[in-house]
Design a protein around this ligand. Structure first.
Ligand SMILES: Cc1cc2nc3c(=O)[nH]c(=O)nc-3n(C[C@H](O)[C@H](O)[C@H](O)COP(=O)(O)OP(=O)(O)OC[C@H]3O[C@@H](n4cnc5c(N)ncnc54)[C@H](O)[C@@H]3O)c2cc1C
Length: 438
């Protein structure tokens, strides 16, 4: 390894793409490595899972994102090992690469907390293939019902585990989809959607007012809330809850937590909370010169030393910041501590229902104003992969404003975000993954 080696950025999510963009802008040689040939936009995964958007609309090929960045080379391969001490990565295809600096941006993975059967039978919602698997599973059940299967043969009831933003979003969207199918005469009766959380509220990180709003909206949409109770086991045809009760279902969606991606476990440092890499205020990994960690794989301290949440804005901003620090290091200047510009926290509960807490004082808003805040933040995040976000904005307003689930079902085709791409360059989606329900 020497100073002329490229910067290795491991992971092409919001953090890795942000970092590579910034370094590429400055003309620094970068190798961006990812197991997928595309960047995936996780906040819209629930839209793919419920057939409101095609997968291609939220998965953008890396080579396309960086086609005007000659300094950035994208490598599509799974990284099997990272050594932060000598800044070397090993690839599945047998190659190994050395870098002048290494940026860990490998994100997170679902955490089943050792719940028996969850890894085998639940549907996590963490990647585009996860969302596609869930969509195809729901489609298959609905097709069976349409062909005359009884509720015992093809139960449509869905259990969502976790009452955070992911669980709330997917519960809201599945409920709307069922209601739309029912309204259009395609389902005699919509399946139940049951949201389970050990806490006694949904959206625990939000204010009391937001939680009340979300609870009211979810209940009004028809979501059943089972709060204060956990999932003790997942079976192919039912879940067991910690209060001894059971719910018959073949669809358990896991939004119940996450931990750092596998690669963080043995790259050198002892992992911290959530299996994540602890970093110093300048995002460097202590004891490993030239090594940094950003986004969901890192425990990034705020100005008071409290770890920042796993959010898209944190990932993107930390990606930019680490690039600036690497540029400073290369120029022999001192690095600077990361300053996070807090965009607030927000969740979509369904069509026409959203909550947001914005600004330093976490000002609470809901309904269309909250949706507008959500839109602003997500358009900024998406702009890293799609230079033009007008199409996203107009699609999203249309979605929020109209009975989109009903429209989708009436036409049987997901709406598209009209990205207006001039050439076909589709991401390669591989749904095969051992140990995951199909
Ligand atoms: C369902 C869902 C909804 C969300 N909604 C919101 C929201 O509304 N607003 C918000 O702000 N945040 C949201 N988040 C959180 C946000 O998406 C994340 O904080 C953010 O994407 C993290 O970015 P990252 O770059 O750190 O990781 P990721 O985006 O996960 O990227 C990590 C990359 O590393 C690659 N990788 C991992 N392991 C390897 C390996 N061994 N070899 C090669 N490549 C590898 C992966 O393929 C991936 O491309 C949501 C998350 C989820 C799961």
């Amino acid at each position: 390894m020497n100073d002329n080696d490229p910067v290795l950025v491991v992971g092409g999510g919001l953090a890795g793409v942000g970092c590579a963009h910034r370094l590429g802008d400055e003309g620094h040689e970068v190798v961006l490595l990812d197991q997928n040939d595309y960047h995936q936009f996780q906040p819209l995964l629930y839209q793919v899972a419920t057939a409101q958007l095609p997968a291609e609309d939220i998965a953008r090929p890396h080579r396309r994102i960086f086609r005007e960045y000659p300094a950035v080379e994208t490598v599509n391969s799974r990284v099997t090992k990272v050594s932060l001490i000598d800044r070397i990565v090993q690839l599945e295809d047998g190659r190994s690469l050395a870098g002048s600096h290494i940026v860990m941006a490998v994100g997170a993975r679902p955490n089943f907390f050792g719940t028996p059967g969850a890894a085998e039978h639940a549907f996590p919602l963490y990647s585009v293939p996860d969302a596609e698997r869930l969509r195809l599973h729901l489609r298959d059940l609905l097709a069976q019902v349409a062909a005359g299967a009884s509720p015992e043969e093809a139960p449509l009831d869905v259990v969502v585990v976790g009452g955070g933003p992911t669980g709330v979003e997917i519960a809201g969207a599945v409920t709307e989809l069922m209601a739309a199918l029912h309204k259009h005469g395609q389902l005699a009766a919509p399946g139940r959607v049951v949201l389970v959380d050990r806490a006694d509220t949904v959206l625990g990180a939000f204010s009391e007012k937001s939680r009340r709003y979300a609870t009211k909206k979810l209940k009004r949409a028809g979501v059943e809330l089972r709060l204060g109770v956990g999932v003790s086991a997942v079976h192919p045809d039912r879940v067991e809850l910690t209060d001894g009760s059971e719910i018959r279902t073949r669809t358990v969606v896991w939004g119940g937590g996450e931990s750092a991606a596998e690669l963080a476990a043995d790259c050198g440092p002892e992992p911290g909370r959530g299996g994540r890499l602890d970093v110093l205020p300048d995002l460097s990994v202590p004891g490993f010169p030239g090594a940094y960690a950003v986004g969901d794989v890192a425990n990034i301290p705020d100005a008071k030393g409290v770890p920042l949440p796993q959010l898209g804005s944190v990932a993107q901003q930390s990606g930019f910041w680490v690039a600036d620090n690497i540029v400073r290091e290369k120029a022999g200047r001192p690095t600077e501590p990361f300053h996070y510009k807090d965009k607030g926290i927000m969740a979509m509960i369904g069509r026409n229902a959203a909550v947001a807490e914005v600004g330093k004082r976490r000002h609470q808003v809901d309904g269309p104003v909250a949706f507008a805040a959500w839109l602003g933040v997500h358009a900024t995040l998406l702009s890293g992969a799609h230079s033009k976000t007008d199409a996203f904005l107009s699609w999203a307003w249309d979605y929020f404003d109209r009975d989109h689930a009903a429209i989708v079902e009436a036409s049987a085709d997901p709406a598209r975000i009209a990205w207006d791409d001039e050439e076909a360059d589709r991401p390669h989606l591989d749904l095969g993954r051992p140990g995951v329900p199909s």
